[in-house]
Design a protein around this ligand. Sequence first.
Ligand code: PGA
Ligand code: ZN
Length: 428
Amino acid sequence: VITKVKARQILDSRGIPTVEVDLYTNKGMFRASAPSGATSGMYEAIELRDGDKGTYLGNGVSRAVKNINEKICEALVGMDPTLQAHVDQAMIDLDKMEKKNELGANAILAVSIAACKAGAAEKEATDLSGKTNLNLPVPAFTLISGGKHAGNNLAIQEIMILPVGAKKFEEAVQMGSETYHHLKAVITEKYGAHECNVGEDGGLAPNVARHVFREGLDLVKEAIDRTGYKERIKIALDVAATDFCIGTKYDLDWKSPNKSGLNFKSVEDMIEMYKELCTDYPIVSIEDPFDKEDWDHVKYFSGLGICQVLGDDLLMSNPKRIERAIRETACNALVLKVNQVGTVTEAIEVVKMAKDAHWGVVVSQRSGETEDSFIADLSVGLATGQIKAGAPCRGERLAKYNQATKVIELTGTLKHEGDGVAAVIGLD
Ligand code: PGA
Ligand code: ZN
Protein backbone atom coordinates (compact mmCIF):
# COMPACT_ATOMS: atom_id res chain seq x y z
CA VAL A 1 0.00 0.00 0.00
CA ILE A 2 0.95 3.66 -0.44
CA THR A 3 2.41 4.90 2.83
CA LYS A 4 3.54 8.42 1.95
CA VAL A 5 3.67 10.86 -0.98
CA LYS A 6 6.22 13.63 -0.84
CA ALA A 7 6.87 16.25 -3.53
CA ARG A 8 9.49 18.89 -4.18
CA GLN A 9 10.28 21.51 -6.81
CA ILE A 10 13.14 20.66 -9.19
CA LEU A 11 14.30 22.27 -12.46
CA ASP A 12 13.59 20.81 -15.90
CA SER A 13 15.85 20.75 -18.98
CA ARG A 14 15.05 24.41 -19.69
CA GLY A 15 15.95 25.41 -16.13
CA ILE A 16 12.28 26.02 -15.32
CA PRO A 17 10.68 24.62 -12.14
CA THR A 18 8.71 21.40 -12.29
CA VAL A 19 7.27 18.88 -9.84
CA GLU A 20 9.07 15.77 -8.59
CA VAL A 21 7.37 13.19 -6.41
CA ASP A 22 8.61 10.41 -4.13
CA LEU A 23 5.87 7.88 -3.53
CA TYR A 24 6.50 5.30 -0.80
CA THR A 25 5.07 1.81 -0.47
CA ASN A 26 6.19 -1.27 1.46
CA LYS A 27 8.38 -2.07 -1.59
CA GLY A 28 10.36 1.16 -1.37
CA MET A 29 10.39 4.64 -2.89
CA PHE A 30 9.22 5.43 -6.45
CA ARG A 31 10.17 8.73 -8.04
CA ALA A 32 8.59 10.57 -10.97
CA SER A 33 8.52 14.09 -12.40
CA ALA A 34 6.40 16.12 -14.82
CA PRO A 35 7.54 17.47 -18.23
CA SER A 36 6.38 20.74 -19.80
CA GLY A 37 5.75 21.85 -23.39
CA ALA A 38 6.48 25.00 -25.40
CA THR A 39 3.40 24.67 -27.55
CA SER A 40 0.83 24.07 -24.81
CA GLY A 41 -2.66 24.16 -26.20
CA MET A 42 -6.00 25.16 -24.76
CA TYR A 43 -7.40 21.64 -24.73
CA GLU A 44 -4.67 20.11 -22.64
CA ALA A 45 -4.58 19.65 -18.87
CA ILE A 46 -3.23 22.75 -17.16
CA GLU A 47 -0.03 22.81 -15.14
CA LEU A 48 -0.27 24.86 -11.97
CA ARG A 49 2.34 27.62 -11.68
CA ASP A 50 2.68 30.14 -8.86
CA GLY A 51 2.49 33.24 -11.05
CA ASP A 52 4.59 35.25 -8.60
CA LYS A 53 6.78 37.23 -11.01
CA GLY A 54 9.43 37.82 -8.34
CA THR A 55 10.20 34.10 -8.04
CA TYR A 56 11.38 32.07 -11.03
CA LEU A 57 9.67 34.69 -13.25
CA GLY A 58 6.29 33.37 -12.16
CA ASN A 59 7.10 29.76 -13.06
CA GLY A 60 7.48 28.31 -9.57
CA VAL A 61 5.40 25.23 -8.74
CA SER A 62 5.26 25.50 -4.95
CA ARG A 63 1.45 25.45 -4.95
CA ALA A 64 1.42 22.20 -6.94
CA VAL A 65 4.00 20.75 -4.53
CA LYS A 66 1.90 21.80 -1.54
CA ASN A 67 -1.18 20.21 -3.09
CA ILE A 68 0.66 16.88 -3.29
CA ASN A 69 2.16 17.05 0.18
CA GLU A 70 -1.16 17.89 1.78
CA LYS A 71 -4.29 17.00 -0.21
CA ILE A 72 -3.07 14.24 -2.55
CA CYS A 73 -0.97 12.52 0.12
CA GLU A 74 -3.92 12.41 2.47
CA ALA A 75 -6.23 10.99 -0.22
CA LEU A 76 -3.80 8.31 -1.42
CA VAL A 77 -2.24 6.91 1.74
CA GLY A 78 -3.56 3.38 2.26
CA MET A 79 -4.43 2.84 -1.42
CA ASP A 80 -3.14 -0.11 -3.46
CA PRO A 81 -0.75 1.24 -6.17
CA THR A 82 -1.55 -1.68 -8.48
CA LEU A 83 -5.04 -0.23 -8.84
CA GLN A 84 -3.89 2.61 -11.11
CA ALA A 85 -7.37 3.59 -12.21
CA HIS A 86 -8.50 3.97 -8.57
CA VAL A 87 -5.48 6.06 -7.65
CA ASP A 88 -5.97 8.32 -10.67
CA GLN A 89 -9.72 8.60 -10.08
CA ALA A 90 -9.10 9.65 -6.47
CA MET A 91 -7.01 12.57 -7.73
CA ILE A 92 -9.50 13.47 -10.48
CA ASP A 93 -12.30 13.51 -7.88
CA LEU A 94 -10.24 15.66 -5.55
CA ASP A 95 -9.43 18.12 -8.33
CA LYS A 96 -12.97 18.28 -9.81
CA MET A 97 -11.86 20.46 -12.77
CA GLU A 98 -11.92 19.15 -16.36
CA LYS A 99 -8.41 20.45 -17.03
CA LYS A 100 -6.98 19.50 -13.64
CA ASN A 101 -6.13 23.11 -12.83
CA GLU A 102 -7.19 22.95 -9.18
CA LEU A 103 -4.44 20.62 -7.95
CA GLY A 104 -2.44 21.11 -11.14
CA ALA A 105 -1.90 18.62 -13.96
CA ASN A 106 1.81 18.71 -13.14
CA ALA A 107 1.03 17.55 -9.59
CA ILE A 108 -1.45 14.86 -10.64
CA LEU A 109 0.69 13.46 -13.46
CA ALA A 110 3.85 13.13 -11.38
CA VAL A 111 1.93 11.21 -8.69
CA SER A 112 0.16 9.08 -11.30
CA ILE A 113 3.50 8.05 -12.86
CA ALA A 114 5.08 7.36 -9.48
CA ALA A 115 2.06 5.18 -8.58
CA CYS A 116 2.45 3.32 -11.90
CA LYS A 117 6.09 2.58 -11.10
CA ALA A 118 5.11 1.43 -7.60
CA GLY A 119 2.34 -0.75 -9.02
CA ALA A 120 4.74 -2.29 -11.56
CA ALA A 121 7.20 -3.12 -8.78
CA GLU A 122 4.38 -4.72 -6.81
CA LYS A 123 3.43 -6.84 -9.85
CA GLU A 124 7.07 -7.30 -10.85
CA ALA A 125 6.12 -6.26 -14.38
CA THR A 126 6.26 -3.29 -16.70
CA ASP A 127 3.63 -4.50 -19.12
CA LEU A 128 0.52 -2.34 -19.24
CA SER A 129 -0.95 -3.91 -22.34
CA GLY A 130 -1.83 -7.30 -20.94
CA LYS A 131 0.42 -9.00 -23.51
CA THR A 132 3.40 -11.14 -22.65
CA ASN A 133 5.35 -10.50 -25.84
CA LEU A 134 6.73 -6.98 -25.62
CA ASN A 135 7.56 -5.03 -28.74
CA LEU A 136 10.02 -2.19 -28.71
CA PRO A 137 9.12 1.03 -30.47
CA VAL A 138 10.81 2.66 -33.44
CA PRO A 139 12.48 5.83 -32.16
CA ALA A 140 11.98 9.18 -33.94
CA PHE A 141 15.24 11.03 -33.37
CA THR A 142 15.20 14.80 -33.76
CA LEU A 143 18.17 15.73 -35.94
CA ILE A 144 17.28 19.35 -36.74
CA SER A 145 15.33 21.63 -34.43
CA GLY A 146 13.45 24.73 -35.52
CA GLY A 147 10.09 26.37 -34.84
CA LYS A 148 9.55 27.33 -31.22
CA HIS A 149 12.31 24.93 -30.16
CA ALA A 150 15.28 26.86 -31.58
CA GLY A 151 16.53 30.38 -32.27
CA ASN A 152 17.33 29.72 -35.93
CA ASN A 153 15.12 30.74 -38.85
CA LEU A 154 13.75 27.27 -39.62
CA ALA A 155 9.96 27.57 -39.71
CA ILE A 156 9.16 23.97 -38.94
CA GLN A 157 9.79 22.47 -35.52
CA GLU A 158 11.58 19.20 -36.21
CA ILE A 159 13.24 17.13 -38.88
CA MET A 160 13.54 13.60 -37.48
CA ILE A 161 14.89 10.26 -38.65
CA LEU A 162 13.26 6.86 -38.16
CA PRO A 163 15.74 3.96 -38.27
CA VAL A 164 13.02 1.61 -39.51
CA GLY A 165 15.52 -0.93 -40.80
CA ALA A 166 17.05 -1.59 -37.38
CA LYS A 167 16.65 -5.11 -36.05
CA LYS A 168 17.08 -4.15 -32.43
CA PHE A 169 16.50 -1.02 -30.41
CA GLU A 170 20.23 -0.80 -29.69
CA GLU A 171 20.90 -0.78 -33.41
CA ALA A 172 18.29 1.94 -33.92
CA VAL A 173 20.10 4.04 -31.30
CA GLN A 174 23.43 3.43 -33.04
CA MET A 175 21.97 4.46 -36.41
CA GLY A 176 20.49 7.60 -34.85
CA SER A 177 23.70 8.56 -33.10
CA GLU A 178 25.88 7.99 -36.16
CA THR A 179 23.58 10.02 -38.40
CA TYR A 180 23.50 12.82 -35.82
CA HIS A 181 27.29 13.01 -35.76
CA HIS A 182 27.54 12.90 -39.55
CA LEU A 183 25.02 15.73 -39.66
CA LYS A 184 27.15 17.76 -37.29
CA ALA A 185 30.11 17.28 -39.63
CA VAL A 186 28.04 18.20 -42.70
CA ILE A 187 26.83 21.41 -41.03
CA THR A 188 30.33 22.29 -39.86
CA GLU A 189 31.73 21.87 -43.38
CA LYS A 190 28.93 23.87 -44.96
CA TYR A 191 28.31 26.67 -42.49
CA GLY A 192 30.98 26.43 -39.78
CA ALA A 193 30.99 25.02 -36.25
CA HIS A 194 29.06 28.05 -34.95
CA GLU A 195 25.94 26.66 -36.69
CA CYS A 196 26.08 23.47 -34.61
CA ASN A 197 24.26 24.84 -31.58
CA VAL A 198 21.30 22.78 -30.47
CA GLY A 199 17.61 23.40 -29.84
CA GLU A 200 15.42 22.56 -26.88
CA ASP A 201 15.33 18.85 -27.55
CA GLY A 202 18.93 18.47 -28.67
CA GLY A 203 18.43 18.73 -32.45
CA LEU A 204 21.07 20.71 -34.33
CA ALA A 205 19.81 24.19 -35.12
CA PRO A 206 21.63 25.72 -38.10
CA ASN A 207 20.28 28.87 -39.68
CA VAL A 208 19.04 27.44 -42.93
CA ALA A 209 18.09 29.90 -45.64
CA ARG A 210 15.20 30.52 -48.03
CA HIS A 211 13.89 27.10 -48.95
CA VAL A 212 13.74 26.20 -45.33
CA PHE A 213 12.32 22.73 -45.69
CA ARG A 214 14.59 21.68 -48.51
CA GLU A 215 17.84 23.01 -47.14
CA GLY A 216 17.33 21.28 -43.80
CA LEU A 217 16.22 18.10 -45.53
CA ASP A 218 19.25 18.17 -47.84
CA LEU A 219 21.54 18.33 -44.82
CA VAL A 220 19.83 15.33 -43.23
CA LYS A 221 19.85 13.41 -46.50
CA GLU A 222 23.57 14.03 -46.88
CA ALA A 223 24.14 12.79 -43.31
CA ILE A 224 22.10 9.63 -43.99
CA ASP A 225 24.10 9.06 -47.20
CA ARG A 226 27.34 9.27 -45.27
CA THR A 227 26.21 6.53 -42.86
CA GLY A 228 25.60 4.04 -45.67
CA TYR A 229 22.30 2.92 -44.07
CA LYS A 230 20.44 4.07 -47.20
CA GLU A 231 16.73 3.22 -47.16
CA ARG A 232 16.99 1.70 -43.68
CA ILE A 233 16.56 5.26 -42.41
CA LYS A 234 13.44 7.29 -43.19
CA ILE A 235 12.56 10.91 -42.44
CA ALA A 236 9.72 12.37 -40.36
CA LEU A 237 8.68 16.01 -39.95
CA ASP A 238 6.93 17.84 -37.14
CA VAL A 239 5.76 20.95 -38.98
CA ALA A 240 3.85 22.36 -35.97
CA ALA A 241 2.13 24.55 -38.57
CA THR A 242 -0.19 26.19 -36.03
CA ASP A 243 2.78 28.26 -34.88
CA PHE A 244 3.08 30.05 -38.23
CA CYS A 245 -0.46 30.07 -39.53
CA ILE A 246 -1.59 33.67 -40.06
CA GLY A 247 -5.25 33.73 -41.03
CA THR A 248 -5.44 31.45 -44.04
CA LYS A 249 -1.72 31.64 -44.91
CA TYR A 250 1.43 30.01 -43.61
CA ASP A 251 4.41 32.33 -43.10
CA LEU A 252 7.62 30.38 -43.68
CA ASP A 253 9.58 33.49 -42.63
CA TRP A 254 7.76 33.83 -39.32
CA LYS A 255 10.94 33.85 -37.27
CA SER A 256 12.84 36.29 -39.44
CA PRO A 257 13.26 39.81 -38.05
CA ASN A 258 12.80 41.36 -41.52
CA LYS A 259 9.79 39.57 -42.83
CA SER A 260 9.56 40.05 -46.54
CA GLY A 261 6.05 38.68 -46.89
CA LEU A 262 7.38 36.80 -49.91
CA ASN A 263 7.34 33.45 -48.25
CA PHE A 264 3.62 33.25 -47.47
CA LYS A 265 2.04 30.00 -48.57
CA SER A 266 -1.61 29.19 -49.09
CA VAL A 267 -2.93 25.88 -47.82
CA GLU A 268 -2.91 24.63 -51.42
CA ASP A 269 0.76 25.61 -51.74
CA MET A 270 1.48 23.71 -48.54
CA ILE A 271 -0.23 20.59 -49.85
CA GLU A 272 1.73 20.77 -53.11
CA MET A 273 4.94 21.31 -51.18
CA TYR A 274 4.32 18.27 -48.95
CA LYS A 275 3.58 16.14 -52.00
CA GLU A 276 6.82 17.20 -53.65
CA LEU A 277 8.85 16.74 -50.49
CA CYS A 278 7.48 13.22 -49.98
CA THR A 279 8.56 12.39 -53.54
CA ASP A 280 12.01 13.97 -53.29
CA TYR A 281 12.94 12.75 -49.80
CA PRO A 282 12.25 9.52 -47.89
CA ILE A 283 9.57 11.21 -45.74
CA VAL A 284 7.15 8.73 -44.21
CA SER A 285 5.49 10.76 -41.48
CA ILE A 286 4.29 14.37 -41.10
CA GLU A 287 3.03 15.80 -37.80
CA ASP A 288 0.64 18.78 -37.73
CA PRO A 289 0.91 19.77 -41.41
CA PHE A 290 -1.78 22.47 -40.98
CA ASP A 291 -3.25 24.73 -38.33
CA LYS A 292 -4.74 22.84 -35.38
CA GLU A 293 -8.28 23.95 -36.25
CA ASP A 294 -8.03 23.13 -39.96
CA TRP A 295 -9.69 19.71 -39.74
CA ASP A 296 -10.73 19.68 -43.41
CA HIS A 297 -7.27 19.95 -44.91
CA VAL A 298 -5.75 17.43 -42.49
CA LYS A 299 -8.50 15.06 -43.52
CA TYR A 300 -7.90 15.72 -47.20
CA PHE A 301 -4.15 15.34 -46.85
CA SER A 302 -4.20 12.12 -44.83
CA GLY A 303 -6.78 10.78 -47.29
CA LEU A 304 -4.11 10.97 -50.00
CA GLY A 305 -2.32 8.12 -48.19
CA ILE A 306 1.12 9.54 -48.92
CA CYS A 307 2.46 9.25 -45.40
CA GLN A 308 1.52 8.84 -41.76
CA VAL A 309 -0.26 12.01 -40.63
CA LEU A 310 0.20 12.64 -36.93
CA GLY A 311 -2.10 14.74 -34.82
CA ASP A 312 -0.25 16.50 -32.00
CA ASP A 313 -1.42 20.12 -31.67
CA LEU A 314 -4.53 19.00 -33.57
CA LEU A 315 -5.47 16.49 -30.85
CA MET A 316 -3.60 17.63 -27.72
CA SER A 317 -4.09 14.05 -26.45
CA ASN A 318 -7.64 15.17 -25.66
CA PRO A 319 -10.17 12.27 -25.81
CA LYS A 320 -12.91 14.47 -27.33
CA ARG A 321 -10.64 15.72 -30.10
CA ILE A 322 -9.30 12.20 -30.74
CA GLU A 323 -12.85 10.90 -30.94
CA ARG A 324 -13.73 13.63 -33.47
CA ALA A 325 -10.61 12.92 -35.53
CA ILE A 326 -11.45 9.22 -35.65
CA ARG A 327 -15.05 9.97 -36.62
CA GLU A 328 -14.02 12.42 -39.35
CA THR A 329 -10.95 10.37 -40.40
CA ALA A 330 -8.94 13.54 -39.96
CA CYS A 331 -5.52 12.00 -39.32
CA ASN A 332 -4.18 8.50 -38.90
CA ALA A 333 -1.88 8.58 -35.90
CA LEU A 334 -1.82 9.93 -32.35
CA VAL A 335 0.95 11.80 -30.59
CA LEU A 336 0.46 10.91 -26.95
CA LYS A 337 1.87 13.35 -24.42
CA VAL A 338 1.05 12.08 -20.95
CA ASN A 339 1.01 15.51 -19.35
CA GLN A 340 -1.59 16.73 -21.85
CA VAL A 341 -4.09 14.14 -20.70
CA GLY A 342 -2.89 14.17 -17.10
CA THR A 343 -2.93 10.62 -15.70
CA VAL A 344 -1.57 7.21 -16.72
CA THR A 345 -5.10 5.76 -16.77
CA GLU A 346 -6.35 8.38 -19.23
CA ALA A 347 -3.21 7.93 -21.34
CA ILE A 348 -3.94 4.20 -21.61
CA GLU A 349 -7.53 4.99 -22.58
CA VAL A 350 -6.59 7.32 -25.44
CA VAL A 351 -4.00 4.86 -26.75
CA LYS A 352 -6.73 2.25 -26.79
CA MET A 353 -9.03 4.58 -28.72
CA ALA A 354 -6.29 5.18 -31.31
CA LYS A 355 -5.43 1.50 -31.62
CA ASP A 356 -9.06 0.49 -31.99
CA ALA A 357 -9.23 2.92 -34.92
CA HIS A 358 -6.12 1.23 -36.40
CA TRP A 359 -4.12 4.40 -35.97
CA GLY A 360 -0.40 4.61 -35.32
CA VAL A 361 0.64 5.78 -31.85
CA VAL A 362 3.74 7.78 -30.93
CA VAL A 363 4.47 8.27 -27.26
CA SER A 364 6.10 11.68 -27.04
CA GLN A 365 8.34 13.76 -24.83
CA ARG A 366 7.80 17.48 -24.22
CA SER A 367 10.42 20.10 -25.05
CA GLY A 368 10.89 20.76 -21.32
CA GLU A 369 11.91 17.37 -19.92
CA THR A 370 13.43 15.79 -16.84
CA GLU A 371 15.60 12.71 -16.40
CA ASP A 372 12.45 10.63 -15.78
CA SER A 373 12.42 7.81 -18.34
CA PHE A 374 8.83 6.67 -17.78
CA ILE A 375 7.62 7.32 -21.34
CA ALA A 376 10.02 4.63 -22.58
CA ASP A 377 8.37 2.07 -20.30
CA LEU A 378 4.94 3.36 -21.27
CA SER A 379 5.71 3.01 -24.96
CA VAL A 380 6.99 -0.54 -24.51
CA GLY A 381 4.24 -1.48 -22.07
CA LEU A 382 1.47 -0.28 -24.37
CA ALA A 383 3.23 -1.60 -27.49
CA THR A 384 2.74 1.74 -29.21
CA GLY A 385 5.27 0.98 -31.94
CA GLN A 386 6.78 4.48 -32.01
CA ILE A 387 8.46 6.80 -29.52
CA LYS A 388 9.60 10.39 -29.94
CA ALA A 389 12.06 11.57 -27.30
CA GLY A 390 14.24 14.14 -29.06
CA ALA A 391 17.80 13.93 -30.34
CA PRO A 392 20.18 11.05 -29.62
CA CYS A 393 22.00 13.62 -27.48
CA ARG A 394 21.42 15.46 -24.13
CA GLY A 395 20.81 13.61 -20.88
CA GLU A 396 17.09 14.17 -20.50
CA ARG A 397 16.47 12.82 -24.02
CA LEU A 398 18.85 9.87 -23.66
CA ALA A 399 17.25 8.90 -20.36
CA LYS A 400 14.31 7.63 -22.44
CA TYR A 401 16.30 5.96 -25.23
CA ASN A 402 18.71 4.37 -22.75
CA GLN A 403 15.80 3.04 -20.72
CA ALA A 404 14.27 1.45 -23.82
CA THR A 405 17.65 -0.15 -24.57
CA LYS A 406 17.65 -1.66 -21.07
CA VAL A 407 14.16 -3.07 -21.55
CA ILE A 408 15.46 -5.09 -24.50
CA GLU A 409 17.74 -6.91 -22.09
CA LEU A 410 14.59 -8.30 -20.53
CA THR A 411 12.63 -9.14 -23.67
CA GLY A 412 11.45 -8.02 -27.07
CA THR A 413 12.63 -7.01 -30.49
CA LEU A 414 11.99 -3.92 -32.54
CA LYS A 415 8.35 -3.79 -33.57
CA HIS A 416 7.68 -4.65 -37.18
CA GLU A 417 11.16 -6.09 -37.57
CA GLY A 418 11.82 -6.47 -41.27
CA ASP A 419 8.27 -5.47 -42.18
CA GLY A 420 9.31 -2.19 -43.74
CA VAL A 421 7.96 1.28 -43.35
CA ALA A 422 4.41 0.65 -44.43
CA ALA A 423 3.86 -1.54 -41.40
CA VAL A 424 5.65 0.82 -39.05
CA ILE A 425 3.43 3.73 -39.96
CA GLY A 426 0.29 1.65 -40.26
CA LEU A 427 -0.30 2.13 -43.97
CA ASP A 428 0.11 -1.50 -45.05
P1 PGA B 1 6.26 20.83 -26.98
O1 PGA B 1 6.42 20.24 -28.45
O2 PGA B 1 6.60 19.81 -25.99
O3 PGA B 1 7.18 22.01 -26.97
O4 PGA B 1 4.83 21.27 -26.88
C1 PGA B 1 6.69 18.93 -28.74
C2 PGA B 1 6.04 18.54 -30.06
O5 PGA B 1 5.43 19.39 -30.74
O6 PGA B 1 6.07 17.39 -30.43
ZN1 ZN C 1 4.40 18.27 -32.33
